[in-house]
Design a protein around this ligand. Structure first.
Ligand code: SUG
Length: 417
């Protein structure tokens, strides 16, 4: 078994648009009504994957879902042609692109049956995301079909909100070592919803057969959610033995850090103080929505959105960090502006799975040549722009269906998902 970390990125779907559906996600709500650029958005995502491959990282993909989601509209007694504008926007969202919300993943070294467990996220808090799990589950069941190596679980039942890996962190000395899994939940968010419920986190940990001595449940701070950290991965990220977090990310950080040091004495906590980078700047720049990765050389790198360079306090802090003696000495910038405008940074776009690539359906794994083929389909079929008034256009729905079909055909997935 060659356990390695594979990042599965959600390919940005052809209906990517700015409908402002996510209360508490300040980028999404402030860009409501703008004209989106689906083709550019999807190509930005491809460029990010290429950059990760160039760094020596393994890369996979998840595919866009059927949009508008006619099956969901049917359960609501309507169809795209008759739905009101709000329902239609919810049915058209390209939100499955944010693969960090696809599932929670517990790699084989952490589980009692030594299989990698995945629980598809129910995403019940937001209507436009609540109908993602069916399409995601179908892909997870295909990609991770080997029952010798994987267990794919259905969603946690409502009303317990589960947002997947965006509210879950894992620390482990190496890919084969058992990890410490940290489930971060929300209690209160001031004016905004707390999307991850502790009941869901506890249920996922039980289903995944985790060792209770190696699991922590940690509350998000109310002020972070109220400042726009609708998921924990907007204010904290972990990899290897490194936790990189904002000072105000957690409700009781002293207790959390003490518990963490008890279960992982050699953990390295890189905390960004609020008097250097405010919560507002952290959220504006998505400093923490970075991919913290271990390169083949063993070195840690932080893959950040270009917005980090445009936020002076953040850029100054980052430059000091890489020049210092800490564990993160390398930063890489990626342009995912179209996704960022909906509150999705580099880390939102990917789901990390630690597994042997040979045990995964190869149609979901990519290299440069396959990315070339995907990019060609995007260039040919993805809409150039979508303005709010386009959402009601049957022409757009037709183009989206054809674009998705062309992509699935190219990847050999045909009508399978
Ligand atoms: O759920 N945006 C997504 C962004 C998800 C980011 N993911 C992580 N932090 N892991 C969300 O809020 C905006 C769609 C719209 O408003 O049209 C949206 O769903």
């Amino acid at each position: 078994m060659q356990l390695t970390e594979i990042n599965f990125d959600g390919i940005v779907g052809p209906t990517h648009n700015y409908a402002g559906l996510s209360l508490g996600n300040l980028a999404a709500t402030s860009n409501a009504g703008q004209t989106s650029q689906p083709r550019a958005a999807a190509l930005q995502g491809i460029a990010k994957m290429r950059a990760n491959i160039a760094l020596g990282l393994r890369q996979g993909v998840f595919l866009p879902h059927r949009r508008p989601d006619g099956a969901w509209l049917e359960t609501l007694g309507t169809r795209a042609e008759d739905a009101d504008a709000a329902l239609l926007a919810n049915a058209l969202s390209a939100s499955p692109m944010w693969a960090a919300n696809a599932a929670t993943v517990s790699p084989a070294p952490d589980t009692a049956d030594a299989r990698c467990h995945l629980t598809v996220a129910n995403l019940v808090t937001m209507p436009h995301r609540s109908h993602e799990w069916q399409g995601t589950l179908a892909q997870l069941r295909l990609a991770f079909h080997s029952e010798t190596h994987f267990v794919v679980h259905g969603p946690i039942p409502a009303p317990f909100g589960d947002e997947g890996a965006a509210n879950h962190m894992r620390l482990a000395a190496g890919h084969r070592s058992p990890g410490i899994e940290i489930f971060v939940y929300g209690e209160k968010g001031g004016p905004f919803p707390a999307r991850q419920h502790v009941e869901a986190s506890r249920a996922v940990a039980r289903r995944h057969q985790l060792d209770p001595g190696r699991v922590l449940f940690v509350a998000q701070s109310e002020e972070a959610i109220a400042a726009g950290a609708f998921h924990n991965d907007v204010v904290a990220v972990a990899d290897g033995r490194v936790l990189f977090a904002h000072e105000q990310a957690f409700a009781d950080k002293d207790r959390f850090y003490a518990d963490l040091r008890r279960v992982m004495p050699d953990v390295e906590i890189v905390e960004v103080p609020a008097n250097r980078v405010s919560l507002a700047d952290a959220i504006r720049s998505y400093l923490f929505n970075a991919q913290l990765v271990t390169l083949p050389t063993g070195e840690s790198a932080l893959i950040l959105p270009t917005e980090a360079r445009e936020t002076p306090a953040v850029w100054t802090w980052l430059n000091e960090m890489v020049a210092g003696n800490g564990p993160i000495r390398r930063i890489e910038l990626v342009d995912v502006r179209e996704s960022m405008s909906n509150g999705g940074g580099p880390a939102c776009l990917r789901l990390r799975v630690v597994a042997d690539p040979a045990t995964i359906d190869p149609r979901f794994l990519v290299d440069d040549a396959k990315l070339d083929a995907i990019a060609a389909v995007i260039a040919q079929h993805w809409p150039d722009t979508i303005a709010p008034s386009d959402l009601a256009s049957p022409e757009l729905w037709k183009q989206a269906a054809e674009a998705r079909a062309a992509l699935l055909e190219t990847l050999g997935l045909g009508e399978l998902i």
